[in-house]
Write a protein that binds this ligand. Structure first.
Ligand SMILES: Cc1cc2nc3c(=O)[nH]c(=O)nc-3n(C[C@H](O)[C@H](O)[C@H](O)COP(=O)(O)OP(=O)(O)OC[C@H]3O[C@@H](n4cnc5c(N)ncnc54)[C@H](O)[C@@H]3O)c2cc1C
Length: 378
């Protein structure tokens, strides 16, 4: 058996696969188009959600063999704003999420994964964009299309650590705005599912809201943007290539919490190579039910409207947020039945899915310019 494998893309999914395979004795080479890991991010804060499973995410990562050698901070409470203006507080008995930093600096999750991979012998070839690949490989190239857009700022601040979210279509159409502060640094972003051209406007609205309603000073703001991609494919093992992370469409349709999917799919793909088992069976068993649930959640969330957001916020405030979110993220028969319809409604901006592989140069903005794409949800 040839214990040698190439991985395209050094994001969470690719590096998780690399670490798992290298620990099993594989000679792993990762090809990354940029000069370092984390180029897609801006040293902004993200949340590793802790509600979609009864198993704590940090415990889950440890059980996959991922060392917790990165900065992470549990957040068990936060504020929710809606169009009615008042701050609704939520408090949980266990962490709702763990805040991590994304990007290239030494505090980031991405840098920590790079270090782990290199320590176990993975060779990462930076500045190598792979257009085609003939042999066996894991494809971990991230999103190709913008079905969801985030516009944000990172900043310095003297404000205390805090987390806040806003559900209000005038600040983030069909999405949400968020504020995360930890140890003198902060991130604000508006995550939108509509009206992409007005992303800057929505970011300004979120910024104004958080500044006016919270004791928040913002110094040295730096703008950033990002996007995520949603699509469903029947097979993720094609032409001797295993697709993982957002390259496989593994994303949370509801709010874009894709990191847990990236870890899980990278791990599952690596395990299937090590155990010579069926990767398609593994992701269908472990990831598809929650993917289908998330597309139904998106369908339902888009129908809530301003009053519905307020009702939902109050529910989170009066109950146990992790349980309420967990219940919504967990598969049920009704959601399973609805998912067939919802998947058809929420088709990706990448219309030709066959082009969504490693030798595809069709990035999302080019597609949009060609006018080939429908608007997400329309
Ligand atoms: C602004 C923003 C905020 C987010 N917030 C959250 C959050 O709070 N919680 C959460 O769970 N998720 C969040 N997400 C989503 C999450 O970051 C992603 O789902 C996750 O990082 C996907 O990991 P990945 O490994 O699949 O892809 P990526 O992280 O995109 O990694 C892909 C890598 O492949 C490289 N690559 C691409 N093509 C090639 C090629 N042809 N050759 C070589 N290299 C290539 C890229 O340069 C990149 O390094 C957010 C995303 C954005 C943009």
């Amino acid at each position: 058996m040839n214990k040698k494998i190439d991985i395209i893309g050094a994001g969470i999914a690719g590096l998780t696969a690399a670490i798992t395979l290298a620990r099993d004795g594989y000679a792993v080479t990762v090809f990354e188009q940029h000069a370092d890991v984390g180029y897609r991010f801006n040293n902004d804060f993200q949340g590793l959600e802790n509600w979609s499973s009864k198993i704590d995410i940090m415990q889950e990562l440890a059980s996959m063999g991922i060392s917790l050698n990165f900065d992470y901070t549990p957040y068990s409470n936060g504020l929710i704003f809606t169009s009615r203006g008042q701050a609704i507080s939520m408090q949980s008995r266990i962490p709702i999420f763990y805040l991590v930093c994304r990007g290239s600096n030494s505090e980031t999750l991405d840098y920590a994964l790079r270090r782990q991979a290199e320590e176990c012998g993975v060779v990462i070839k930076f500045g190598k964009r792979i257009e085609t690949h003939d042999g066996r490989a894991i494809i971990a190239t991230g999103p190709k299309a913008g079905d969801i857009i985030a516009a944000g700022i990172t900043f310095k601040t003297d404000s205390p650590d805090m987390a806040a979210v806003v559900f209000d279509d005038s600040m983030a159409p069909k999405g949400y705005g968020y504020l995360l502060v930890r140890r003198g640094k902060g991130t604000i972003a508006s995550v939108i599912f509509r009206e992409f051209r007005k992303a800057s406007h929505y970011l300004t609205m979120c910024q104004e809201l958080f500044k006016s309603r919270l004791t928040l000073d913002i110094r040295e703001p730096k703008k950033f943007g990002g996007f995520g991609n949603f699509f469903m494919r029947k097979y993720q093992n094609r032409n001797n290539k295993l697709y993982v992370g957002e390259a496989a469409g593994f994303q949370d349709y509801l709010w874009g919490f894709g990191m847990r999917y990236a870890f899980r799919s990278g791990y599952l793909a690596a395990k299937s190579i090590i155990e010579e088992s069926d990767y398609d069976m593994a992701w269908k068993r472990n990831l598809r039910p929650s993917l289908e649930t998330s597309v139904v959640n998106r369908y339902l969330f888009e129908r809530l409207g301003q009053r519905g957001y307020h009702y939902f916020a109050n529910k989170l405030s009066t109950g146990e947020p992790v349980d309420i979110l967990g219940k919504n993220y967990n598969p049920s028969l009704v959601k399973r039945l609805l998912s067939g319809v919802a998947v058809k409604i929420y088709t990706s901006r990448v219309k030709n899915r066959e082009c969504n592989h490693v030798d595809c140069t069709c990035v999302w903005c080019t597609c949009a310019k060609n006018g080939q794409l429908g608007v997400f949800g329309n």
